[in-house]
Every structure is written in structure tokens, then in C-alpha cells.
Design a protein around this ligand. Structure first.
Ligand code: ATP
Ligand code: DNN
Ligand code: MG
Length: 230
């Protein structure tokens, strides 16, 4: 059976893509066929192949086997804003069955699926479609990426509460050092460990250089998947 994790974050820009790429590398280093998905992406560039999103391309590059773009990212929306607005701008209605079909095609090739959400947990994927509905539909547990910055304690606790209230299971969380100058990261990690009802899967340090080819594997080595896989 294919295992699936839905990666959400304490906010947009907290490192969901960085963490999802790291998870894919970590799963693959365990010998698993692991495939990434970005169901709804707002913020795309036009190419000869159609609209392309940076997150989806990063997830595809970290996947083995490599998924077809339109399955990894069924909704590639131009404008870098809330998915609801980007979908309206594009004249598109984001539909759960379309997402489920694309997911099923990917999952048939994989032992592990890593699905990156859009923004934080309560940002809808489209009008009338919460991220929790898709996570439940595919049977995914949730991984919460906590961007370590002032305010993250409340955002992390709120996210954990909402995930459980939405009928999903929080399988673990990842601390991500988005801000290299953040004061007292170790103390914050202690607070988060005490406050969140799921294990910490690892701490991602501030990565040396964006786009470093070794970045995914380097970050993967900081993750302990035991709580996800055992
Ligand atoms: N540990 C880190 N070290 C250095 N830079 C990081 C780290 N984590 C994230 N970043 C940078 O911060 C920015 C936001 O990260 P990322 O794109 O992974 O966030 P996200 O949560 O996926 O955002 P979105 O909501 O847009 O999908 C990116 O430029 C990324 O390269
Ligand atoms: C465009 C951005 N980078 C993300 N992909 C989408 C962020 C959606 C945020 C919605 C909200 O305001 O909560
Ligand atoms: Mg992202």
C-alpha cells in the first residue's frame, strides 16, 4: 500500500518545499519509490510545455520515478496569490475529483507520496475546497513544517489543533531555520516539543545556498523518519 504524507506549514514561505524535497530524498534513501505532488500551485511561469511552478518542478526533480508534470501539478495557476484568487483569475474551478485522479495515477507508481499543500493549513485550495478534504480523501497523515521565527509557537499550536479538528492525523513536525538570525532557536525547539502532540522529525538548519544540488540530500540527513515509517 502506498503511504502518503500531506506537508503543511505554519504559514506560506516557511519551507514546505524545502522540507518536502528533503522528505523525498530521505524516503528514497530508505529504498522507497517516492513521488512528490503539488496539487494546486499559484505562481507559475509560461513555458513551451505550459504553465510551470517552481515548487512542482523541485518536487518532480526529487522524485523517483519522475511523475508527469500534469499529474504532479494538476492545477498550475499563473498568479502568485491565494489559490482561490488565482483560480478565479484563470477562470478555473479547482475540483477534488481531478486532484484525486491525478493522485491515484502517481500513487500507482510509488510506495511513498509527499504532497505539498498551499500556504498554511486553512488556506483553501479553491472555492469550497479545504486542504483537509484532499488530505482525508487520499488517506494522508499530515507533516507540519514550523518556520522558526517569532510567532511560530502560536502558529504551530493553532495549526496542530486545526489539523486534528479537521479529522486528520498529525504524524510529525519539522523545524526549519528560515531565519538564520532567529534568537534562541534551541529554547524554541524545546517549547515546540512540549507543545505539539506529535514527534519532531528533525531540524533543518539554514541551508548554505539556494539551489545547491546537494541541498535535498543534505537536508534529508537531518530528518529521522522512524516516527513516520515504523
Ligand atoms: N532552511 C532554509 N535555509 C535557507 N533558505 C530556506 C530554508 N528554508 C526555506 N528557505 C527559503 O525560504 C523561501 C521559502 O521556502 P519554501 O519555498 O520552501 O517555502 P514554502 O512554505 O514551500 O512556500 P509556499 O507557501 O510558497 O509554497 C525559499 O526561498 C527557500 O529557499
Ligand atoms: C503564492 C504563494 N507563494 C503560495 N504558493 C500561496 C500562498 C497562499 C496564502 C493564502 C493565505 O493568505 O492564507
Ligand atoms: Mg512551497
Amino acid at each position: 500500500m502506498t503511504r502518503a504524507w500531506f506537508v503543511t506549514g505554519t504559514d506560506t514561505g516557511v519551507g514546505k518545499t524545502v522540507a518536502s524535497v528533503a522528505l523525498l530524498h530521505a524516503l528514497r534513501s530508505r529504498g522507497l519509490r517516492a513521488v512528490g505532488m503539488k496539487p494546486v500551485a499559484s505562481g507559475c511561469e509560461w513555458t513551451d510545455g505550459g504553465w510551470r511552478n517552481e515548487d512542482a518542478l523541485a518536487l518532480i526533480a526529487a522524485s523517483d520515478p519522475a511523475p508527469a508534470y500534469h499529474d504532479a501539478n494538476p492545477y498550475a495557476l499563473e498568479h502568485a496569490t491565494a489559490p482561490q484568487l488565482a483560480a478565479r483569475d484563470a477562470g478555473v474551478a479547482v475540483a477534488l475529483p481531478v486532484l484525486q485522479s491525478a493522485y491515484a495515477r502517481l500513487a500507482s507508481t510509488a510506495q511513498a507520496m509527499v504532497v505539498e499543500g498551499a500556504g498554511g493549513w486553512l488556506a483553501p485550495m479553491g472555492d469550497g475546497l479545504d486542504q483537509s478534504e484532499f488530505a482525508r480523501a487520499i488517506g494522508a497523515d499530515v507533516v507540519l513544517v514550523v518556520g522558526l521565527r517569532l510567532g511560530c509557537l502560536s502558529h504551530a499550536r493553532l495549526s496542530a489543533r486545526a489539523i486534528e479538528a479537521d479529522g486528520c492525523r498529525l504524524a510529525g513536525w519539522i523545524g526549519n531555520t528560515v531565519d538564520p538570525d532567529f534568537d534562541r532557536p534551541d529554547d524554541y525547539l524545546g517549547l515546540l516539543r512540549g507543545a505539539l502532540p506529535a514527534p519532531c522529525l528533525g531540524l533543518l538548519p539554514h541551508l548554505p545556498r539556494k539551489g545547491s544540488p546537494a541541498g535535498g540530500a543534505w537536508a534529508a540527513a537531518r530528518l529521522d523518519l522512524a516516527a513516520l515509517l515504523d
